[in-house]
Design a protein around this ligand. Sequence first.
Ligand SMILES: NC(=O)c1ccc[n+]([C@@H]2O[C@H](COP(=O)([O-])OP(=O)(O)OC[C@H]3O[C@@H](n4cnc5c(N)ncnc54)[C@H](OP(=O)(O)O)[C@@H]3O)[C@@H](O)[C@H]2O)c1
Length: 239
Amino acid sequence: MKEAIVIGATRGIGKTIALRLAADGFKVYATGRNPEALNNGVIAEAANAGYTMIPLIFDMTDRDAVNRVYAQYFPDHAPDAVVYNAGTNADDLFAFMSPEAWDKVLHTNVDGFYNTVQPLIANMIAQKNGRVVVISSVSGMTGQTGQVNYSASKAALIGAAKALAREVARKNVLVNVVAPGVIDTDMTKDLPKEHVLPLIPMRRYGVTEEIAGVVSFLCGPDSSYMTGQVLGVNGGMYI
Ligand SMILES: NC(=O)c1ccc[n+]([C@@H]2O[C@H](COP(=O)([O-])OP(=O)(O)OC[C@H]3O[C@@H](n4cnc5c(N)ncnc54)[C@H](OP(=O)(O)O)[C@@H]3O)[C@@H](O)[C@H]2O)c1
């Protein structure tokens, strides 16, 4: 059975990705910080549907904690697919942005990528097979008012994914990025819809299934000659 790990699978986009990959036939490792949220949520839903899903608990900003869990579950192999989904925001105009808001977003979103993806890469290379999918954002492609920190972190992930794609392509490890627009999750629930919808040509928010479907494609057989690409899933927000 092929294996996938979804970093940040407690809720929102990551939860739907975990369930979609499980439905695709992957044994899924779903990660989260809060064991109760993870076990009562995505893990319980997966069990009800008859899927194999394993909860892994760590805060991805804690490098040692990640390595301890990986040593237990991936001592000598890597999952076939690694989905780096977890992320955070702390929006404010740059003129007013606190050092804490800057540090939190850069540290979580960018260092989290190193902490959770880098320890798996050597085994993916050795296995000569693998998919890495990074969830960035339309904000990392266009920049967004009030999101200098978040846009910087999401653009950094695009650069990191493109560089990694070049390093590991020869070993058949394929690295791609999904850049969502505005998706209906906790992260966007407080946005002023009346101001946001006019910015979206399709005039609606996306749903998490619309991201999970693209991630499924990037983890599956039909994307076997794609690497280093950024797929926008944004209702036309960035064309
Ligand atoms: N929603 C959108 O419109 C949108 C648009 C573009 C890009 N994105 C990106 O898509 C991804 C998922 O977004 P979402 O809307 O589903 O967000 P969400 O509902 O806020 O969920 C965020 C996920 O990231 C996890 N997470 C955050 N910090 C973490 C940490 N330090 N360690 C481990 N896990 C951590 C959360 O776990 P906990 O439950 O433990 O907090 C949660 O599972 C993010 O990278 C986000 O930037 C979202």
